[in-house]
Design a protein around this ligand. Structure first.
Ligand SMILES: C[S@@+](CC[C@H](N)C(=O)[O-])C[C@H]1O[C@@H](n2cnc3c(N)ncnc32)[C@H](O)[C@@H]1O
Length: 295
């Protein structure tokens, strides 16, 4: 799951070299006139290129439209953040105390109203299955957002297990706190920590009593994945055999993180190829790691 702004970045990555070479060849053969005007013939020559670009990357344009443009417009019109708007919808449509119904209500909102970067129903199944198979007692989530994945995991935890979830944005954390309590999870089961992961991780043992995690869900900013995994290792917070599930490693991607986990010798890696939350046409993946404690 990723924040708005990914679509243009992804587009620039794909379209950049092609656009540049096209522009530079046109520049050489037809430099702009003194008035700085591009001739209509050259402008016309671009139309097929633009149409091809739009068709090829239509799903990324749609993502940009829904995640950025609609969001900005609604923010101005309502004076609320989109996460607060989603919470209002959930509050009026979901059954309190029923986590599954709350998740489905979020999904309805995301498919029919506005885009949210929850893990979503398809990748959610992978997460749910791993929690079910591993029966972890101590779970750490990095990036709570609205609490979607938090309640998805919490509902499958074995009795006596504890989930710590870390969110740095206080507005998102306020929404998540309400969602988690609406779903019926108390502070003994789910503890929401408001702060940036790089500050919270070093304090997990002493301040929060998290000695070692046997399941980690990484779903915050992708550029933080590698740094935070190494922080977890350095502070001895990973139990041998722990599972780490990292979302969005294909879109928007976390190449340095993937390179590290594949080469450092401390992890067994498996890739779950899937699609971006609420966008079946955009490929994405989740990396499942098993910490061997070696190397
Ligand atoms: C993709 S959303 C998380 C989605 C959530 N896991 C779910 O599936 O419902 C990413 C969230 O991570 C938070 N975040 C990003 N970097 C962070 C960091 N370094 N520490 C804590 N939270 C972070 C953002 O504020 C955002 O709310």
């Amino acid at each position: 799951s990723g924040p708005p702004g990914y679509a243009p970045r992804q587009l620039a990555l794909h379209a950049g070299p092609l656009t540049c070479s096209l522009f530079s060849s046109l520049w050489v053969s037809h430099p702009p006139s003194a008035a700085g005007m591009v001739s209509p013939a050259i402008a016309l020559a671009f139309i097929p290129f633009l149409v091809t670009l739009i068709i090829r990357y239509r799903h990324y344009f749609l993502l940009f439209y829904r995640a950025v443009l609609v969001r900005r417009l609604q923010d101005c019109l309502t004076g609320l953040s989109r996460e607060e708007r989603a919470f209002r919808y959930v509050l009026t449509h979901a059954i309190p105390g029923d986590p599954q119904h709350i998740l489905e209500t979020f999904d309805q909102w995301c498919y029919h109203c506005e885009y949210l970067s929850n893990v979503g129903p398809h990748k959610g199944k992978i997460l749910d299955r791993l929690i079910y198979e591993n029966t972890p007692l101590t779970v750490l989530e990095l990036g709570t957002y609205c609490g979607y994945a938090t309640i998805l995991m919490a509902q499958s935890l074995p009795l006596g297990a504890r989930l710590y979830t870390v969110e740095m944005d206080p507005r998102n954390a306020a929404v998540a706190e309400k969602v988690i309590r609406l779903a019926g999870f108390d502070e003994d089961t789910v503890e929401l920590i408001v702060g940036a992961s790089e500050e919270v991780i070093p304090q997990l043992k002493e301040k929060y009593g998290l000695l070692k995690a046997d399941f980690v869900f990484m779903d915050h900013w992708k550029r933080c994945y590698l740094r935070d995994l190494q922080l977890l290792e350095a502070h001895g917070l990973l139990l041998e055999g722990a599972t780490i599930l990292a979302d969005n490693v294909i879109f928007p991607g976390a190449p340095h993180f993937l390179q590290y986990v594949k080469t450092c010798g401390k992890y067994q890696c498996k890739m779950h190829r899937t699609s971006l939350e609420y966008f079946r046409a955009i490929p994405d993946g989740m990396a499942e790691l098993t910490y061997t404690g070696l190397a």
